[in-house]
Design a protein around this ligand. Sequence first.
Ligand code: NAD
Ligand code: MG
Length: 386
Amino acid sequence: MPRRVVILGSTGSIGVQALDVVARSGGELELVALSAGSSWDTVVEQARERGINRIALADPDAAALAAEAWTEGEVLSGPDGLVALITESDCDVVLNAIVGSAGLLATVATLGEGIDLALANKESLVVGGELVGQLAEATGAAIIPVDSEHSALHQLIGAEKPGTVERLVLTASGGPFRGRTRSELTGVTVADALAHPTWAMGGKITIDSATLMNKGLEVIEAHHLFGTPYDRIEVVVHPQSIIHSLIGLCDGATLAHLGYPDMRVPISYALHYPERVDVPVAALDLPALGALTFEEPDLETFPCLRLAREAGLAGGTAPCTLNAANEVAVHAFLSGRLAFLGIAEVIEATLDQLEVRQLHSFESLTEADARARSVASLLVQERPAA
Ligand code: NAD
Ligand code: MG
């Protein structure tokens, strides 16, 4: 029996690579539904090509246009449409490749239904990690990470006995601005920040990589996925992006996961888990690589990593506030309304202005997210554009 797969965010960087993984699965994976935010023409074309008869669009106007253009299948719309797409799909695994905290709803709907979740949308664990973890435990659904570092950790930790893993080491490429000082980041452009040295990804995560917020979000993601205390999660800059992460064991051994940067590897791992299948990537050529290098992250120049760690330690609504402020600031930077260095400033000032509250329910997250967005938006307006 093929494993039935739903891909959310199918028009994005991860989504498109996931379609490739499904197409190469030789019938082991069967695509049953797709979703996107607003790019209705692309998702309709994907559905046509693959004979899918149900899609969802977050944006109601885009959904209306899709329904007009595509009469062979059903178009669902808005948050309710997304939830219906998941819960009525009779699928075995949902790949959540939506960008931003908009992905939380899909994570909750999937796990709440007891469906296994292949998770690229790290923001849903950052924002709602405590509650999301409890939900998965309650329904018995598995969360298989797609983020390359966490996929590496999942593989490394999965091979060890409980209680033997003492520390996690996440690798970071350092992004396009590695080695620069703070003053050298004044006036960097959107194009500079989008020029990632090792990974081709969507716009938001590429900016997160340039500020090192991506690694900060990943520290929080690792904390929730593996239950590891923050003081046992380290970050090391590794510009070649060949080692995807490492674990330190109680007997002094350190294990690493290596490979060329290609997201189809962790996507395939998550969709086929616990099986492994062929992925057409080159075998690692170590002599050609020559050297793998490592550096301490520069927290002076890239304060976002520190801010994320602090928010993770504070817990409650703090990571949700951090994430919402980051989304607002990154969006403003990408649209030319905020300087690059303003991103961290807006996030820090938003965290300073909003008290940390305890989390009681997913509603408290929605409120914290909205509060942080409105504070961060005002802070963006007070600051100079790029
Ligand atoms: P992307 O911007 O390329 O694609 C995002 C997808 O989400 C698109 O299909 C878009 O239509 C959809 N979307 C946007 N807003 C939406 C909304 N409000 N509701 C529903 N759908 C919406 O992003 P990406 O680079 O593919 O990243 C997706 C997620 O995977 C992010 O959380 C990112 O951090 C994570 N991730 C990406 C990579 C990578 O290599 N791209 C690696 C690791 C983790
Ligand atoms: Mg990553």
